[in-house]
Unconditional design. Structure first.
Length: 201
């Protein structure tokens, strides 16, 4: 029997450079949360051959994200407007975005990211200098935001367990305020939902 979470709605975004593991993480979380019903996975941009990011984001907001949130869904999104800021290097108007409830940032060493990309597609050409610049942009942006910084040294299973537990607690209407204030404990450390102990100063 399915056990419904006590949710109004929830918009969760996963960010990081190519090869950081955000797609695998978000899809694994979708599989875990699916048993609770009303879970949807999407990605940004929606269209692979993209010309206009603003147009794509508007379509995604109006056709997918907002209608599902209005139906009390938890929406998991692989990338959103922070990716545009990191990759394109320009700010995105706040009026054109739906504010996420949680943003998970997956940090990673550049060499490890390149290794994963090559393993995924040996023929893919990688602009390492560009990827390094994007990584710097992400880290700079993340410092000033209420993002959840996932340690690059955590293995995949630990990241999944941590995110899954936090989403479940945060999606419980009665526990939202408590979760924000008290943080979430794993087996080793207590974490604030907006601050990671190894987050750069």
């Amino acid at each position: 029997m399915k056990v419904q979470l006590l949710i109004k709605n929830m918009f969760v975004v996963f960010e990081g450079i190519d090869g950081c593991g955000k797609t695998s993480l978000s899809k694994e979380l979708y599989c875990r949360l699916e048993m609770n019903g009303k879970i949807f996975w999407t990605k940004a941009p929606m269209m692979d051959a993209l010309v206009d990011y603003d147009y794509d984001r508007k379509l995604q907001n109006e056709l997918i994200i907002r209608p599902l949130l209005n139906q009390n869904y938890i929406v998991l999104c692989d990338r959103y407007h922070p990716s545009e800021m990191a990759y394109q290097g320009h700010p995105v108007s706040s009026s054109s975005v739906i504010e996420p409830d949680l943003i998970f940032y997956l940090d990673i060493d550049l060499k490890e990211a390149v290794k994963r990309i090559k393993k995924r597609n040996p023929k893919e050409e990688i602009d390492v200098d560009f990827l390094a610049n994007v990584l710097d942009n992400y880290r700079d942006i993340a410092k000033g935001q209420d993002w959840i910084w996932l340690d690059k040294d955590w293995d995949f299973g630990r990241k999944v367990d941590f995110c899954h537990a936090l989403i479940k607690r945060f999606s419980d209407v009665e526990n939202k305020v408590k979760t924000k204030n008290q943080g979430l404990s794993d087996s080793n450390t207590t974490y604030s939902y907006v601050i990671h102990p190894k987050k750069p100063e």
